[in-house]
Design a binder for this molecule. Structure first.
Ligand SMILES: *[C@@H]1O[C@H](CO)[C@@H](O)[C@H](O)[C@H]1NC(C)=O
Length: 419
């Protein structure tokens, strides 16, 4: 028993040494062998020249260098591993199974990147090596720093997703001569270094035949990491808008209301300019974010205008009569606010029920009827100050709610849209 195992070990060792430990002379023998010296790389590597060669390829992505939104380009770093069978350089007599040899010595498929934005040329450099196997398989690894065109739609910035492609074709050959095939079903991401700006959503591979030539397309679907834009730009804009609606809460007598509005408005303008610089300058289609920002700007300026008008209300002489329509509007708004409608007595009785005050339901029938009757008792005593106070609350709530609703209305569809 022991002897058998011992024998086996010896046998395995001898076998493996013939495979792994080919000597210098073995390589010498290969290089001088007629199989190699008579080999002509200009000849299509098939015994029957009309046969088809199948080149199976794998693309490994190493890094996403840059996505140029304005020009619609993506710069990728990666490499392909292509393999095919060379019928003319196989079964040599030298005692080696594999040899690495400079690519200039053997036939190569003239693979090129079809959708490049640079010179359309075949891949590979002189220094690249090809691994020749005794069974005729040639394996070739080529590094690629590619710059390819990619259709970029920015409308959903900063939640935009893009599908970029890397399309290979054997330049000049038809499909019945060289056919490109995938050896994996996805792009290989083993060597990929995470990108700070982009996530890889998914990858896929497709083959196609266009005008008789074989194409192999690697699809890369990426989505932007929106955190930076949201935290640094969108959130401040939202906060500034909320702050700008707070200007109505400032006592009118302090005289700071306009200054405050203007300062928040200007800060908003600065932020919006900064975002606009960041958004790629393409106007077709326009980004939804810029529509949102413009809307925010419009709202903030409206709020500033209204703040100016409310100050006019406060500065009216008490002797001046309040126009009837303004009285109507004021009492209407006051009642819309609910429980503290018009009379102090009323409010007191309600506080016990509900500490929320005016936020309560406005559709309570009973309350409305009561308030309408009491409203008229206050009608003559109404002062400009009352009008101002009601307008302040109304505008404050209006702009606050509008800011939040608009933000939700824009960001939710943006974030969850399938583009
Ligand atoms: C080639 O790609 C197709 C489509 O993605 C896939 O179905 C197939 O399995 C892939 N071939 C290999 C050998 O992985």
């Amino acid at each position: 028993m022991n002897i058998t195992i011992y024998f086996c070990i010896i046998l395995i060792c001898t076998l493996s040494s013939t495979i792994l430990c080919a000597t210098n002379t073995d390589f010498q023998a290969f290089l001088t062998e007629t199989k190699f010296t008579d080999y002509n790389k200009k000849i299509f590597p098939k015994e029957t020249q009309s046969d088809q060669i199948i080149v199976s390829m794998k693309y490994s992505l190493i890094a996403i260098n840059k996505l140029d939104e304005a020009h619609g380009q993506i710069n990728l770093v990666g490499f392909i591993e292509a393999s095919w069978t060379n019928d003319l350089l196989t079964a040599w007599t030298a005692g080696i199974d594999e040899i690495m040899i400079a690519q200039d010595n053997v036939w190569l498929p003239p693979i090129s990147i079809q959708n490049t934005v640079e010179t359309l040329q075949t891949l590979g450099y002189r220094s690249n090596k090809v691994r020749l196997n005794k069974d005729g398989t040639h394996t070739w690894k080529v590094g690629i720093v590619s710059k390819t065109s990619c259709k970029i739609t920015m409308s959903h910035y900063p939640f935009d997703k893009h599908t970029c492609q890397l399309q290979f074709t054997p330049l000049g050959y038809l499909e019945d001569q060289i056919k490109l095939e995938n050896s994996t079903s996805e792009i290989e991401l083993t060597y990929f270094t995470e990108n700070v700006q982009w996530w890889i959503d998914q990858t896929s591979i497709s083959t196609s035949t266009i005008n008789g030539a074989s194409y192999l397309t690697f699809n890369l679907r990426i989505s932007r990491r929106p955190g930076n834009v949201l935290i640094n730009y969108s959130l401040p804009v939202l906060i500034l808008c909320i702050l700008s609606s707070l200007s109505y809460m400032m006592p009118a007598e302090s005289g700071e209301r306009i200054a405050y509005s203007v300062v928040t408005f200007l800060s908003l303008v600065i932020y919006i300019t900064m975002i606009a610089d960041n958004i790629p300058h393409s106007s077709s289609p326009i980004t939804i974010l810029s529509i949102y920002l413009t809307l925010m700007l419009v709202m903030s300026s409206l709020s500033m205008a209204m703040a100016t008008l409310t100050l006019r209300v406060y500065s009216q002489e008490e002797a001046t009569d309040i126009p009837l329509w303004l009285k109507h509007v004021t009492s209407f708004l006051k009642c819309q606010k609910g429980k503290n409608c018009c009379s102090k007595k009323k409010r007191k009785s309600k506080i016990g029920d509900n500490s929320d005050g005016w936020v309560d339901d406005e559709f309570d029938k009973d309350d409305d009827e009561e308030s309408v009757t009491e409203e008229y008792t206050d009608w003559d005593e109404m002062q400009w100050k009352d009008v101002g106070g009601v307008l302040d609350w109304t505008f404050f709530l209006m702009f606050l709610i509008m800011t939040i609703v608009v933000a939700i209305f824009f960001y939710f569809p943006l974030a969850f849209a399938e583009t």
